[in-house]
Design a protein around this ligand. Structure first.
Ligand code: NAP
Length: 356
């Protein structure tokens, strides 16, 4: 029986001849300058044992995809890799032995190819779609069965393509190991996609939410999304004091800081005794963090996305509360480089999606 080589088996995906096809994939070309995306024909891969072939309907960008393009992400991109960790599509073929997905299912994939459950180990984070395995910016994506996740029915394709990275890390930050409850306050720092998801998940658990942002326009949209109070850091540079005031001087029980070292000291200063401060923003390993506890008794942790089990729990909550990810703008597949530029230079409020 003949076996058509999959894209991952080809030594140089940018140069290899492929069967004439109307399908295209965007690939990261290490030889091109700042704008490193290149559209190349894509042959339809054949799923091997335990693999699932998905025809992509939509994909979305995360800050990490710019870092991968720029070479600043901790895991270097495989030259010629198809980028993007987030997407949604329909299963069109399954390989031998597959039981977790069937032709016709609408699915997405996990961020880490093989982290199913339990505490994260270093070995779990090394294999990532859109970095060292072909991701979603293509007509077809070949998923390992273990990484397949079914998406909530009520979501559009653009919304369902927005969950894998920003959605799941927000879910993990808010709910693991225990979710906040009524009577507790959660502070979100930043108004990027992660913070927006965190607002929705904290409200769904009955917590009061205070959000930090930089403009009245964003403040209005955060309130519409569910934030109970919004502090404008432009108007109120000592925003940690304003947050404490809003909690009667006690501070907040939970902080989801989606910025990083610039905001961490004030996030800690806004926190209540024995609060949980979760640091999500990406920053270089060399960034100095002086006295991160600021004399406060808090737990500070840094997290990375979540497991497949976390993903499935998040989807149950999205379905139960009919929650919808905030989508800022959709670009057609052909305009993928423009979508990257928009994320880099614009100020999106919500996810930026590339649709077929
Ligand atoms: N660890 C993980 O698993 C994981 C997963 C996803 C994302 N991330 C990281 O999380 C971060 C957030 O990503 P994102 O996509 O949600 O958002 P983003 O597009 O990076 O936006 C971050 C927002 O933070 C605010 N901000 C930026 N600089 C600030 C500063 N110096 N002080 C205060 N606020 C500031 C701005 O909001 P306002 O103008 O409203 O203040 C900005 O819109 C990124 O670093 C990303 O790489 C990590």
């Amino acid at each position: 029986m003949s076996h058509e080589p999959t894209d991952t088996e080809r030594p140089d995906p940018l140069q290899s001849p492929v069967r004439p096809t109307s399908a295209l994939a965007w690939r990261l070309d290490p030889l091109r300058g700042a704008d490193r995306l290149r559209a190349v024909p894509q042959s339809r891969p054949t799923p091997g044992p335990g693999q699932v072939l998905v025809e992509v309907r939509a994909a979305s960008l995360n800050r990490r995809d710019l870092m991968i393009m720029d070479g600043t992400y901790p895991i270097p991109a495989t030259p010629g890799v198809v980028p993007l960790s987030d997407g949604v599509g329909v299963v069109v073929e399954v390989g031998p032995g597959v039981t977790r997905a069937a032709v016709g299912d609408r699915v997405t994939g996990t961020y880490f190819q093989r982290w199913v459950a339990g505490p994260q180990r270093l070995v779990d984070v090394r294999e990532q779609y859109g970095a060292n395995h072909d991701g979603w910016l293509a007509r077809y994506v070949l998923l390992e069965e273990v990484s397949v996740v079914h998406v909530p029915d009520h979501l559009t394709d653009a919304e369902a393509a927005s969950l894998t990275c920003a959605g799941l890390v927000a879910w993990t930050a808010v709910t693991n190991p225990t979710p906040p409850g009524p009577g507790e306050t959660l502070l979100t720092v930043g108004s990027g996609a992660v913070a927006l998801f965190a607002v929705q998940f904290a409200r769904a658990h009955g917590a009061r939410v205070i959000s930090l942002t930089s403009s009245p326009e964003k403040a209005k949209r955060l309130r519409e999304l569910g934030a109970d109070e919004v502090v404008d850091r432009t108007e109120t540079p000592d925003w940690h004091l304003a947050v404490r005031e809003l909690t009667g001087g006690d501070g907040v029980e939970h902080v989801v800081d989606a910025v990083g070292p610039p905001t961490l000291p004030k996030s800690v200063a806004a926190a209540a005794y024995n609060a949980r401060v979760t640091l999500i923003g990406a920053f270089p390993a060399t960034t100095p963090l002086t006295d991160p506890f600021a004399g406060n008794y808090v737990s500070i942790r840094r997290i990375a996305v979540g497991s497949r089990t976390d993903f499935e729990a998040m989807n149950r909550t999205l379905s139960a509360h009919r929650l919808r990810p905030v989508v800022d703008r959709e670009f057609p597949f052909e305009a993928a480089p423009e979508a990257y530029r928009y994320v880099r230079e614009g100020t999106p409020f919500g996810k930026v999606v590339i649709s077929f």
